[in-house]
Structures are given as structure tokens and as C-alpha cells.
Design a protein around this ligand. Structure first.
Ligand code: DP6
Length: 315
């Protein structure tokens, strides 16, 4: 039986966002970004030698995956890029699947590109009897497939700025993650497209400095265990990104009425209790909450409140 290579990679959620790329084809972030690795949300990729001289994609049997033709082509194009970087001209059957529902509105590009890169590098190194490159080089290669995937190589906190992708030592290593899936339909503007469009916003000037300042303040807040300050910085940061979307020309956006309802509610909750989760959003309508390990009961209560109206995933 032919050899099969298998590997997995987690997703991540950014608190200081990657939004806007340096010109070129290399998914280089214009500002430093910080993320928390979501080790419970993973993609598995399996590779087997392809007998017909072509690469193929197949969903992993029984797993959650539903790639459009365009997404499948992007995945296979990137496989080719990885092979080219090793001057390897063999072919593979690629199978991939997520351990989270594909229709829940959660981006899987970070975990899927990270898993594809990991397993392909492993397979090629074995087939060509080379030693594995260092983790940071594999992460840099993965970035060429999808920028945010490079942060999935480090855990629990990842820092990415220009060519530096590394773990960063911060407190709060075991957060609970909850997503309020207010809308799970496929987004009309992909995050790759959003990166291109935001430069047309008149508020894009100054974005790099705002993100850099927030990065410094957020790291300081975490180091001082000032959770409320961290919440305030993350709140301002995701709004900054969504305001860039809304003020692009032409304007676009992801928030729906339920998003605003939940955001208003959680802000009031913080005011009332003086405590709450860190809140953030990606390029989509869904809301991510991060709770400290000693806020489990709070998470259960918030889940109880919203689960009648909104699909909730929590870990
Ligand atoms: C809003 O990594 O999906 O999630 O490099 O074009 O694949 P590409 O973009 P992608 O962008 C993610 C944007 C974001 C913010 C973030 O994760 O930092």
C-alpha cells in the first residue's frame, strides 16, 4: 500500500489584525499582528502519491469540508508552489477536512493552509531524504498560501511582523473560546479581497501607526494582567478594521442586525459587571469571545442567554 502522510494544524483568532498587505505576491502584513491559537479548531490534511501525474483534491471522508471550485484551485495552486520551492516534481492526492462544521461561518483558511504546508514539507523531505526545515521557515512558506496561516505554527500566542513569525510569551495561556455564529452563509467579500479594498478608505492613512500603538498597549495590558484594558484595545481594533471596510470605496461590510445587537449587549454587560470576555471579529458577521480560565461560569451564563436565538460554538 502507498505511503500516506497526515498532519493537522489549528486555526487562530487575531486580536491585532492583519488587514492590508505590502505590495507583491507574498502576503506580507503591513502592520504587526497578534493572535491566539485555537487549538480546538483544526484541519487535517492527508497526502498520498498520485499515480496519474497530476495533483487532485478530495474531501476527507466523514470530515467537514466544502470547498468551492475556486477554493480548491487555490489549495492545489499552493501545493504546486510548495513543491516548486523544493524543486520537487512528483504529484499528490490531497485530502482535507476540518473538525468544526464547515457551515458555521468560521474561516478555515489559516488551519487548512498551515496543515497543507506542514504535511507537504514533511512528505517532500522524506521522499527526497532532506532534513525538515525549522518551524519558522515552514511558517514563512505557509504565509505565501494564506497570510494568517503563519500564526498557526505557534501557540498559545503568536506574533507576526514583516518576516518575524514567532511565539510570544504572555499570560492567559488557557483561554476559553466561544463564537456566536449570527450568520453562516458564505461571505460576499473574501478576506483576501478585503485586504485589497481597504486601501481605498480615507481612514487607511494612519492604520499602520494605530495598529502598532495598540500592539504595544495590548502586550503591556496582558503583561500587567489588566484584562479590562485588553478588552478595550481589542474592541477598538476590530472596530477599526470594520470601519475600514465600511469606508472603502465602494463600501462593503459584514455586520448584520444581530451582530450589532450582541455587541451592544456585551458592552452593557461589561459596564454592569465590570468584567467580561475579550471580544473580537474577523472579516465576517460572527462574534468571537475569549474568556479567562476563571470565567467559565460567566461563559456558560452568556451561552445560556444567547443560545435560544443564535448558534453558539464554545470550547
Ligand atoms: C480579517 O489570511 O485570510 O482574518 O493572506 O489573503 O489569505 P490572505 O488573507 P487572510 O486574512 C485574514 C484577515 C483577518 C484578520 C487576521 O486574521 O489577522
Amino acid at each position: 500500500m502507498d505511503k500516506v502522510w497526515i498532519d493537522k494544524a489549528p486555526s487562530n483568532i487575531a486580536l491585532i489584525k492583519y488587514m492590508g498587505k505590502v505590495e507583491g505576491d507574498i502576503n506580507q502584513t503591513i502592520n504587526p499582528t497578534l493572535s491566539y491559537t485555537l487549538n480546538h479548531l483544526t484541519t487535517e490534511v492527508q497526502l498520498a502519491p498520485s499515480p496519474d501525474g497530476q495533483d487532485h483534491f478530495e474531501p476527507l471522508p466523514g470530515a467537514n469540508i466544502n470547498l468551492s471550485g475556486q477554493q480548491e484551485a487555490r489549495f492545489l495552486n499552493f501545493l504546486k508552489k510548495i513543491k516548486d520551492s523544493f524543486q520537487y516534481d512528483g504529484h499528490f492526492i490531497v485530502k482535507s477536512g476540518n473538525n468544526f462544521p464547515h457551515d458555521c461561518g468560521l474561516a478555515s483558511s489559516a488551519s487548512s493552509f498551515a496543515a497543507l504546508t506542514k504535511v507537504t514539507v514533511k512528505a517532500i523531505c522524506e521522499l527526497t531524504e532532506r532534513s525538515l526545515p525549522p518551524q519558522k521557515d515552514i511558517a514563512a512558506l505557509s504565509r505565501l498560501g494564506s497570510g494568517s496561516s503563519c500564526r498557526s505554527f505557534f501557540s498559545p500566542w503568536s506574533f507576526w511582523s514583516h518576516d518575524a513569525i514567532q511565539e510570544i510569551e504572555l499570560p492567559y495561556k488557557d483561554l476559553h473560546h466561544m463564537v456566536l455564529v449570527v450568520n453562516s452563509s458564505v461571505k460576499k467579500v473574501s478576506s483576501s479581497e478585503a485586504h485589497k479594498r481597504v486601501v481605498s478608505s480615507s481612514l487607511f492613512d494612519g492604520r499602520i501607526d494605530r495598529a502598532k500603538t495598540r500592539m504595544l498597549h495590548l502586550i503591556e495590558a496582558f503583561q500587567n494582567k489588566d484584562w479590562q484594558k485588553a478588552y478595550e484595545i481589542c474592541w477598538a481594533e476590530f472596530w477599526d478594521m470594520h470601519v475600514l471596510f465600511e469606508t472603502s470605496v465602494p463600501s462593503f461590510g459584514y455586520m448584520v442586525p444581530e451582530t450589532i445587537k450582541v455587541l451592544n449587549w456585551i458592552r452593557d454587560y461589561w459596564k454592569m459587571i465590570g468584567d467580561g470576555p475579550i471580544v473580537t471579529m474577523d472579516a465576517g458577521p460572527n462574534i468571537h469571545f475569549l474568556f479567562r480560565s476563571n470565567q467559565k461560569e460567566m461563559m456558560e451564563n452568556i451561552c445560556e442567554k444567547w443560545s435560544k436565538e443564535i448558534q453558539i460554538l464554545r470550547y
